[in-house]
Design a protein around this ligand. Sequence first.
Ligand SMILES: [Zn+2]
Length: 263
Amino acid sequence: MRKAAVTLIAALGLVSDRSRQMANTRSLPESPRLKELRPGLFALRGWVGWTHLLIDDDGVVLVDSGFAGDLRRLQGAITGLGFQPHQLKAILITHGHIDHTANAAALQAWSGAKVYAPAGDELHLDGRYAYRRAAKVCGLLKFLGRGLMRYRPPKVDVWVRDGDELPFWGGLHVVGLPGHTEGHVGYYTASKRVFFVGDTFAVSFRIALPPAIPSTDAALARESFGKVLDYDADLLVPTHYFSIDEHTIDRVRAKAASLNLKR
Ligand SMILES: [Zn+2]
């Protein structure tokens, strides 16, 4: 299986020879839903988006926590990669929407992981956010969804803000990317040139800004889209995508230019 995983990565042409050697350190568990984007960076496909697993020497860190129905897959991916539950060190939430937070409390109870979430999204995380005008229908759907899923908010250990530094995966920098929600953040690593951008945009047939509903502030969301390009990254990692690779950033630049977002 390990050999097959390395061959797959090599065939994708995403990594260097040295990185191929490093890829041997963790092998892919049997799951067509789990991909290794880079050595030490796995993506698990859930019902509505991807959850990302960042591999450190002493454990694993999640970016977001998936949606209803993703919990067992997430637990299986973590243990399948050779980690014990207690080695899930942290869950980093990009924003408080339920398709990013649904399993945070259950994973926290399973592992003891610390939850990091953006200050400014407290009401979203608690399920108490009051949507206004047309977005009220989203509030109603989320209310019903929380009831069906028996949503439990996680206990947030650390509220993060723009500029914070986190001691994971070689050092992660918290970047405020407000608009989709008030507190929305991304997590950027300069050493690996990877930027987790949450719902700042999605990559489907085209690069899509977050929809105006349920976003809080569409103008701010556009600004945050442009801000992503201020960072030296060669892999941009949103939550919702068909596929991403090192060329995604060119498509993001083209979209920013078409939106007149000059940086
Ligand atoms: Zn969202």
